[in-house]
Design a protein around this ligand. Structure first.
Ligand SMILES: [Zn+2]
Length: 110
């Protein structure tokens, strides 16, 4: 099995900084996919697959990310799915903030 430190430990229902950090690079790449609903499998113009081919992204990371997505997609009820989607977009948001903070490195935080 893959040993990416704990999708489960991090907690599906607590999409915190840790989760966002774990998948920041994938979320980053996913931003550049041709299709917004890209599943990063065989879609044309998939930036994630391109990064894997280029050796810039470890395939096991995508596997972990995808497993998380599948767990979320497998939620039994509409309400659960909606909550899962909310958590994922929150993780993406946190990742974007982390990115912005890195970009602003050296600036005084207010
Ligand atoms: Zn993709």
């Amino acid at each position: 099995m893959l040993d990416t430190p704990g999708v489960r430990e991090l907690g599906l229902w607590d999409a915190d900084q840790g989760l966002a950090d774990t998948f920041t690079e994938i979320l980053d790449l996913a931003d550049r996919c041709l299709y917004r609903d890209c599943r990063h499998q065989k879609e044309p113009g998939c930036a994630v697959q391109a990064a894997i081919r280029a050796g810039e992204l470890d395939e096991s990371r995508l596997a972990s990310y995808r497993r998380l997505g599948e767990e979320l997609a497998g939620q039994p009820t509409e309400a659960d799915r909606r909550e899962a989607a909310r958590q994922v977009s929150k993780a993406a948001e946190v990742a974007a903030h982390a990115r912005a903070r890195r970009a602003d490195n050296g600036w005084r935080e207010r």
